[in-house]
Design a protein around this ligand. Structure first.
Ligand code: HEM
Length: 509
């Protein structure tokens, strides 16, 4: 047989296999539909044929409002509903009445960690990564960072003032200039967080800051791509390729941070000098306490540190952007920025901390623009599945969540829910208006930080950074109002503030 005879038949077979695989992938949304009980309601409609399932799935790519609309039409009446998902796998959204039940299910029945893997796609981007092992280090955020908010306040303030000066120009310069809001807040908030995490030498090291930011952007983008845009059968393959740049930046960050970690391990082991109060100390301390006899693997610690501290800074920046966009685009007759500025000046001069109006404004922007339109994600891991309080049976592997934007815009929870009312959380009772508002408090009605035992461990620190950043920026700078609130974009389920908004600003000193 000649080579020329074999090649076409081999090519034909490859094309044939490719087409069969493609067909199976395209049928996935419909297979997903068939797994759910026939009594399950769907939004916007039931995908009862393969083509319908595929077209509903493709519509979700550009970030539809299905979860919010489905909440209004179905969840509000106490029923769960399913929607198609760009991952080619349906998701069941539970009504508010089921939240207590959801939170009470143990990890071996409804897994938070497995749902997390679906959200950050690390099993595909970094197949060797053990997410459960990693949880221990989150205590450095939940306990140490939170406990040390007061101790790190001085450094935070110093860095915020320094970074604001660099990003917005000197506070003494009263000429108007135009800046890109996303860029300046990125500069200011990143600098402030890196200062608290690593101290001044690293937070002002341009090479390190560049590496951290590039890692964060690349990893965030790859996570969204693989978790939300790639059909599930293709995730292992796409994830391997998409993970390559992440590994490259991990390597660079390990090289950069290795000496700092080495010194810190020595410092904590020899106990000669007191260690600096920063995230490196807390993480090394946890690692040493966990395995006192074993050698600490610095590379593994750096990788985990990047995930629990760098990626969330991007969330914090996005939330600070929402806050400024809301404030600057509100009707100028309310003069909200002036009210917050006066409150900040009073708080600084009286050395008292509660800033209820600022805290309420932060909470209001988090309510209107949470990080994702779905929260409290879980995956059914119990075999063969689980029965919902509604009596419907969901097979193992089903994704569950709650429509957070729906909950936040439910008039039963918040009067005039679509209206921006920055002071809606300020206490209404006698004397209550001067009481602080607990920004990080979570509840079944406020899901911006999740709710229950898995809610965001960095929320106390995050809320504090936002408050001090608003104080520093508004006391030193003045902004021209915006004509209207620029639209967010929604990628899959992630809500992203507009990145190209220019604002006019000048110094006030
Ligand atoms: C305003 C800013 C922030 C918002 C809105 C926010 C929101 C969230 C949300 C919604 C979750 C998922 C909760 C769940 O799984 O139910 C989360 C998890 C997490 N956040 Fe935040 N976060 C913020 C700031 C921060 C900061 C500053 C840090 C660290 C310094 C941080 C560290 C984490 C970590 C480590 C997790 C994963 C927890 C786990 O897997 O158990 N967050 N955050």
């Amino acid at each position: 047989m000649q080579l020329a005879d074999v090649v076409p038949s081999l090519a034909g077979r490859i094309i044939g296999v490719f087409l069969v695989v493609l067909l199976l992938i395209l049928l996935c949304p419909w297979f997903g539909y068939l797994r759910l009980p026939s009594s399950m309601r769907w939004w916007p409609s039931r995908p009862h044929g393969p083509l319908r399932a595929l077209s509903l799935t493709l519509k979700e790519y550009t970030g539809s409002r299905s979860s919010e609309e489905g909440y209004r039409e179905i969840s509000k009446h106490g029923q769960p509903f399913a929607l198609c998902n760009p991952s080619f796998y349906p998701q069941v959204l539970l009504p508010p009445e089921h939240v207590g039940w959801l939170l009470n299910q143990p990890e071996h029945v409804l897994s938070h960690e497995k749902a997390n893997e679906d959200i950050h796609a690390l099993p595909f981007l970094a197949p060797g990564f053990d997410n459960y092992d990693h949880l221990e280090l989150i205590k450095a955020i939940r306990h140490d960072l939170t406990r040390n908010i007061a101790n790190t306040e001085h450094a935070l303030l110093d860095e915020l003032e320094h970074a604001a000066d660099e990003a917005l120009g000197p506070a003494g310069d009263q000429s108007w200039r135009e800046v890109r809001l996303a860029e300046v807040l990125d500069q200011i908030v990143f600098a402030a967080c890196l200062r608290v995490f690593f101290g001044v030498s690293l937070s002002r090291d341009p090479k390190f800051v560049y590496q951290v930011k590039t890692f964060t952007r690349v990893t965030g983008a790859m996570m969204i791509l693989v978790s939300q845009w790639v059909p599930w059968p293709l995730k292992p393959l796409v994830g391997l390729v998409a993970g390559l740049p992440i590994h490259y930046y991990w390597l660079r960050l390990i090289i950069h941070l290795y000496p700092t970690f080495q010194q810190r391990i020595q410092c904590l082991q020899t106990k000669t000098d007191p260690p600096p109060t920063d995230l490196v100390t807390w993480i090394v301390d946890l690692a040493l306490a966990r395995n006192p006899t074993k050698k600490v693997r610095i590379s593994a610690l750096v990788v985990r540190l990047t995930l629990i501290s760098f990626l969330p800074v991007d969330v914090l920046i996005a939330m600070t952007q929402h806050l400024f966009l809301d404030l600057l685009s509100a009707d100028p007759k309310h003069a909200y920025p002036d009210i917050l500025r006066r409150e900040a000046e009073t708080a600084v001069s009286s050395k008292s901390h509660p800033m209820p109006q600022t805290e309420s404004a932060i909470r209001e922007s988090l309510r209107l623009h949470p990080l994702s339109d779905r929260m409290l994600s879980r995956r059914v891991v119990q075999r063969p599945g689980i029965t919902l309080p509604s009596g419907q049976f969901l097979p193992r592997g089903t994704w569950l969540a709650v429509a957070a934007v729906g909950v936040h815009r439910d008039e039963r929870n918040y009067p005039d829910p679509d209206e921006y009312q920055p002071f809606r959380f300020v206490g209404k009772g006698a004397g209550e208006e001067n009481k602080g508002v607990l920004v990080p408090a979570t509840s079944e009605r406020f899901l911006a930080f999740g709710h229950g035992m898995h809610s965001c461990p960095g929320r106390w620190f995050g809320a504090h950074v936002m408050k001090v950043a608003v104080r520093v920026i508004l006391m030193n700078y003045e902004f021209e109002p915006l004509d209207s609130r620029p639209e967010n974009s929604v990628v899959g389920q992630t809500i992203i503030p507009p990145l190209d908004v220019q604002v006019r600003v000048r110094g006030r000193k």
